[in-house]
Write a protein that binds this ligand. Structure first.
Ligand code: FAD
Ligand code: UDP
Length: 394
């Protein structure tokens, strides 16, 4: 196929660009992905023995307050009424997450009112109360006080990021709400749910257009019809792989975190009674256990077996799948240099979690892709405007 647009990566960012370009502009689009499936890290499949839908790269919960993104995704899938709740096992006792009045009262064996709980946290936060720290450690103590921080955040974060919380951005902890009510919904967003027929059915509908060709098991950096050498400079490219890899690590390797998932099928109906159980204590090596049947209580799954995954976190080497940007001060200095290099590239746009080195959730990846399409690709293809290369899409 002679493509008008080549997309590297069949994750949600690449799929959104492909869907818009083919369905709205009628362009011929080639997507390459080095993996054997579409959907990137949000890919799911049915576990062979049980038929339970498992999330191959870790549990993915869709949530958004962005009406434009919500309307967009609803063209391809309906969503169940699933509302995410997480529990955490500390010192052999189970607490609700994120930290809420229930967590605080259970932790203190008390019956504090919302105001009393606020006063207690303020007291524990000591000298950091009322400040706005930039690093995760100080931000965590400021938000919930030292005792709760040490029980539920400090070691979990240490296991998850393998970086001193003092070197991590406060924005990571800002993802988690703290509530002085008994509301223990994990997310604050207006819309939430899981795709009714699974993630993969959703993604397949996005690329269900004869003008979209998907080339799986195809690495952009191998020489091929849609490889880097054959495409960049000749045809517009949207690249959603790791930005440091594109430039052959010329400014040094960016810090990425990867995860290892240990799957087990157990001959019981229910292992833990909830979808996600966190383990914040330092003596347990994994960070959390996912039990997938609980994501779809509406489905008629077998009662004879259940599928769990233990999640372990570690730094990614070059041969690992990069999942989370660590984003230390050193990384931030490198990413600025990569962004300068991006500006000098011709006919190629960088986006997505890996291409922009940003901790995007799914709705953010989709929203960012829609902006790139509207602001850069559509003016180029529909109105003949020059394709301004560079400028990592924010
Ligand atoms: P990706 O999904 O990473 O897709 C990039 C694709 O590019 C991959 O398929 C990769 O194979 C391909 N690629 C890379 N290099 C090359 C190359 N050289 N050649 C060809 N192909 C290449 N978001 C939520 O909203 N809710 C959640 O609960 C949630 N949980 C998460 C849990 C985990 C463990 C992780 C890692 C992420 C989670 N996310 C969650 C975030 C979500 O995965 C991302 O927002 C989303 O995947 C971003 O899409 P993307 O297209 O930018 O990147
Ligand atoms: N976190 C924690 N304890 C928990 C849950 C989360 O310390 O029980 C911290 C941790 O630093 C984590 C961040 O809050 O990286 C964001 O949590 P989230 O569940 O959003 O992480 P993700 O789903 O992206 O892995």
């Amino acid at each position: 196929m002679q493509a008008d647009l080549v997309i590297v990566g069949a994750g949600l960012y690449g799929l959104t660009i492909a869907e818009r370009a083919a369905n709205e502009l009628g362009l011929k689009v080639a997507i390459v992905d080095r993996r054997g499936h579409i959907g990137g890290n949000a890919y799911t499949e049915r576990e062979a023995r049980t038929g339970i839908e498992v999330h191959r790269y870790g549990a993915h919960l869709f949530h958004t307050s962005n009406e434009k993104v919500w309307a967009y995704v609803n063209q391809f899938t309906g969503f169940t009424g699933y509302v995410h709740h997480v529990y955490t096992t500390h010192n052999g006792e189970v607490f609700p997450m994120p930290i809420n009045l229930g967590t605080i009262n259970q932790f203190l064996h008390a019956a504090l009112t919302p105001q009393q709980a606020r006063d207690w946290v303020r007291e524990q936060a000591g000298e950091l109360a009322g400040t706005d720290p930039e690093n995760l450690n100080d931000k965590g103590i400021q938000l919930i006080g030292r005792p709760l921080y040490e029980a539920f955040i400090k070691y979990y974060t240490g296991k998850q990021w393998q970086t001193d919380p003092k070197d991590l951005s406060a924005s990571i902890i800002n993802r988690l709400p703290v509530r002085y009510t008994y509301d223990n919904r994990y997310f604050n967003d207006t819309h939430e749910g899981l795709p009714v027929d699974g993630y993969t059915a959703w993604f397949e509908r996005m690329v269900d257009n004869p003008n979209i060709e998907v080339h799986l098991n195809t690495d952009f950096f191998d020489n091929g019809e849609f490889g880097k050498a054959a495409t960049v400079g000749s045809v517009p490219v949207v690249y959603t792989g790791p930005v440091d890899r594109y430039f052959d690590y010329a400014e040094g390797e960016l810090g990425w975190r990867t995860i290892d998932l240990e799957e087990e099928v157990l001959p019981i109906e229910d292992f833990q009674g909830c979808a996600v159980m966190n383990y914040p204590d330092p003596d347990v090596k994994f960070t959390r256990i996912h039990e997938f049947r609980h994501f779809h209580p509406e489905r008629d799954y077998t009662k004879d077996a259940t599928v769990i995954m233990r999640e372990y976190s570690r730094f990614a080497g070059r041969d690992d799948e990069p999942y989370y940007p660590v984003n230390t001060a050193d990384d931030r200095a490198k990413i600025l240099k990569y962004r300068e290099r991006v500006k000098a590239e011709k006919q190629i746009l960088f986006g997505g979690r890996l291409g922009s080195y940003k901790y995007f959730d799914m709705h953010m990846a989709i929203g960012s892709a829609l902006s790139m399409y509207e602001n850069k690709l559509k003016p180029h293809f529909a109105a003949g405007e020059a394709l301004v290369s560079g400028g990592v899409d924010e």
